[in-house]
Structure formats: structure tokens, C-alpha cells
Write a protein that binds this ligand. Structure first.
Ligand code: HEC
Ligand code: HEC
Length: 192
């Protein structure tokens, strides 16, 4: 399924089953369930939705809040995030951060992955340490993320007309060639 098709499908699911999470004191996992249609019950999303299980709490909170404020461009998350209070976002972030990341098995091109590996160790390893497995503070894990999502999100940072809130990542990405983005995505997809 293409990204936009999956999104349309999932939106239908949401419209047909409106969120009732606004009841008193929802537990962390109850809140997490409202995300399951796209991100799986524990954040282990199906391709091409980004895996969020085990991402750092700080990263998850900040990302959700910047979707909500419209600072971070998105196809769907902005509209969704607007339905949640700060406390609910914090609770969901803590729930997903406490789940285990599991890299899915996915196809990749070995030659492209080798090109991507070289770029990674030259330009990305300082922050995305351990081959992109590092996940801490504001830095998300990227090794083993779905390749299609990585390609899309790297394009977002790369494109000057899409103002991603993280200045540094945008500066770093803008120095690369669009072919490099593809190679990097194959490299991260090859990592477990
Ligand atoms: C209808 C499908 C759908 C639902 C439901 C959904 N998401 Fe998302 N999520 C996406 C898509 C698609 C993206 C990529 C950004 C975009 O295009 O909106 C994303 C991106 C994210 C990201 C950023 C991941 C990254 O590393 O870049 C986070 C965090 C996130 N979602 C959290 C949540 C939470 C928490 C919920 C439950 C309140 C939720 N999502 C519900 C589809 C969904
Ligand atoms: C100075 C530290 C730093 C460097 C160097 C860096 N990144 Fe990042 N990267 C980050 C941070 C912080 C984020 C989260 C940004 C945000 O909140 O939008 C991020 C986000 C990402 C994401 C989005 C992940 C997601 O789940 O949405 C990808 C993909 C990525 N970086 C790839 C790269 C690649 C490829 C390079 C090298 C060309 C690189 N980064 C270099 C710090 C860095």
C-alpha cells in the first residue's frame, strides 16, 4: 500500500470510530490504543508508517507538540495531535518510549546500502551513533526504520520549501544530493 492510501484508509477508520479517549484519567496504554490503527498496538507500525516504539520520550513529546502547533509539516499527524492535551501527549510519549524497538525485516539494495553506510559514517554517526541505533533525548533511532518512511522524512528535511523545525538536520540534509538520501535509506533499512 502506498503511504497516502494507508493514510486515507486509516482516516476512515478514525472517522468511523471516533476517539473516546477524553473520558477521565485514561491510562497510558488506553491513549496508546488510539494510535494503533497506524502505529500498531505498541508502536510497531506497519510499513510505511514510522515505528515509534522505543523512541526517546523527549523526541516523541516534542514531535507531537510540533505537529500540533503546525510547526512540523505532516499529512495527518497535525490534525490528530490537535485532539490531545499536553498531559495526554506526555502519557503517550512515555508509553511508546517504554516499548521495545524491533527492526522489521525489509528489502534493501546491498550496493546502495554500501554507499549509504559510507555517507552515514562520514556525516551522521556523530549524532545517530552506533550505525543509527542510538536513541536518546531529542535524537530518534533511525537504524531499522521503514525505508519508505526514511526516504519521505529525509526529503522533508532536504526540501527548502518544507520548513522542518529542526534547523540542524535541515542544514545537514541540504548539503546532500537526492541520490544520497536514497542510499542512506537503504543503509538504515539494512540495519537491525
Ligand atoms: C491515520 C494514521 C495515523 C494515526 C492514527 C496516528 N499516526 Fe502518527 N504518523 C502517521 C503518519 C503518516 C506519520 C508521518 C507524518 C505525517 O505524514 O503525518 C506519523 C508520524 C508520527 C510520529 C513521528 C515519527 C517520527 O519518528 O518521525 C509520531 C511520534 C507519531 N506519529 C505519533 C502518533 C501518536 C502518539 C498517535 C496516537 C495519538 C498517532 N501517531 C496516530 C500516521 C498516523
Ligand atoms: C547534529 C546532530 C545530527 C546529525 C549530524 C544528523 N542528525 Fe539526523 N537527526 C538529529 C535530530 C536531533 C533529529 C530529530 C529532529 C527533529 O526533531 O525533527 C534527527 C532526525 C533524523 C531523521 C528523522 C527520523 C524520524 O524518525 O523522523 C533522519 C532520517 C535523520 N535524522 C537522518 C540523518 C542523516 C542521514 C544524517 C547524516 C547525513 C543525519 N541525520 C545527521 C540529529 C542529527
Amino acid at each position: 500500500m502506498k503511504l497516502h492510501q494507508s493514510v486515507v484508509l486509516a482516516v476512515l477508520v478514525i472517522v468511523l470510530f471516533p476517539l473516546t479517549a477524553a473520558s477521565q484519567q485514561p491510562t497510558h496504554s488506553m491513549l496508546g490504543n488510539t494510535c494503533a490503527g497506524c502505529h500498531g498496538t505498541r508502536g510497531q507500525s506497519a510499513d510505511p508508517m514510522p515505528i515509534i516504539a522505543g523512541q526517546p520520550e523527549e523526541y516523541l513529546t516534542r514531535t507531537m507538540k510540533s505537529y500540533r502547533s503546525g510547526q512540523r509539516p505532516s499529512t495527518i499527524m497535525g490534525r490528530l495531535a490537535r485532539g490531545y492535551s499536553d498531559d495526554e501527549i506526555d502519557a503517550m510519549a512515555s508509553f511508546f518510549a517504554s516499548q521495545n524497538w524491533m527492526s522489521p525485516k525489509q528489502e534493501f539494495d546491498a550496493a546502495l546500502a554500501a554507499v549509504g553506510r559510507k555517507i552515514h559514517y562520514e556525516q551522521c554517526e556523530t549524532c545517530h551513533a552506533n550505525g543509527g541505533r542510538h536513541a536518546s533525548g531529542g535524537t530518534p533511532r533511525i537504524a531499522g526504520q521503514w525505508r519508505k518512511y526514511l526516504e519521505v522524512i529525509m526529503q522533508e528535511y532536504w526540501r527548502v520549501d518544507r520548513k522542518m523545525p529542526h534547523l540542524f538536520m535541515s542544514v545537514i540534509m541540504s548539503r546532500l544530493h537526492s541520490n544520497d538520501l536514497k542510499a542512506l535509506a537503504h543503509f538504515y533499512a539494512s540495519q537491525r
